[in-house]
Design a protein. Structure first.
Length: 214
């Protein structure tokens, strides 16, 4: 249940979450920093700003995820669980059966994802596999953050997934240009919103994706 407690970071628009959810996000942040001493989960230069640079950046996609017909989210190249673990924690009180599927090639990062999924009692599955080798996958949402260039993500979506409703991407200051270039070779509808964590970045929801001339 949503209550009056809010996650406030650097005077950006607050994300309303329960006290329990806020505590879990805090615990997750600490877990990343602790494990970051052993394996490279996030850049050490961003540790002090983890809530803004990583947690809130991931959490801002909740508006796209929190829809009635969205039950499964597949996170590609999830690494530290950004955004998948964050979304799993946020969605747990809203939709307990919401499932997050992770694809992460790294053994150590996959172990971390499994530990975090268990720790926060998430409905999830972690695949230590190369997504390029997987076929006929089913999901509602494909999401990735700092994974592959947009055209590569599009190819994965069409070649490796049998069903998906839309794709969520984090794009930097060249985001609008990247979208424009993609429209030369692809057909798709998109909805964008300005990033809450970087004035030059956008978050984009891609739907009805198909390749032009084929």
């Amino acid at each position: 249940m949503i209550d009056s407690n809010i996650l406030k970071i650097d005077n950006l628009r607050p994300l309303k979450v329960s006290r329990e959810t806020l505590n879990e996000l805090e615990d997750f942040s600490k877990s990343i920093i602790l494990r970051n001493k052993e394996i490279n989960l996030i850049s050490k230069s961003t540790e002090k700003a983890i809530k803004l640079r990583h947690i809130k950046d991931s959490a801002q996609t909740i508006d796209f995820i929190n829809e009635n017909n969205i039950n499964i989210c597949t996170d590609l190249g999830s690494g530290a669980g950004l955004p998948g673990i964050v979304l799993g924690i946020l969605m747990k009180p809203k939709k307990p059966m919401f499932k997050v599927i992770f694809y992460e090639k790294s053994y150590h990062k996959s172990v971390f994802l499994k530990e975090m999924s268990k720790k926060f009692k998430l409905n999830s599955r972690v695949h230590r596999k190369n997504i390029f080798n997987e076929k006929n996958l089913n999901t509602d949402v494909i999401i990735c953050r700092a994974f592959k260039p947009l055209p590569v993500v599009f190819q994965i979506a069409l070649n490796n997934f049998k069903n998906f409703k839309f794709i969520i991407l984090f794009l930097g200051k060249s985001g609008k240009k990247i979208i424009g270039e993609a429209l030369k070779n692809w057909k798709f509808d998109y909805e964008e919103k300005k990033s809450l964590t970087n004035d030059e970045s956008i978050v984009v929801k891609i739907s009805n994706l198909r390749k032009k001339n084929g």
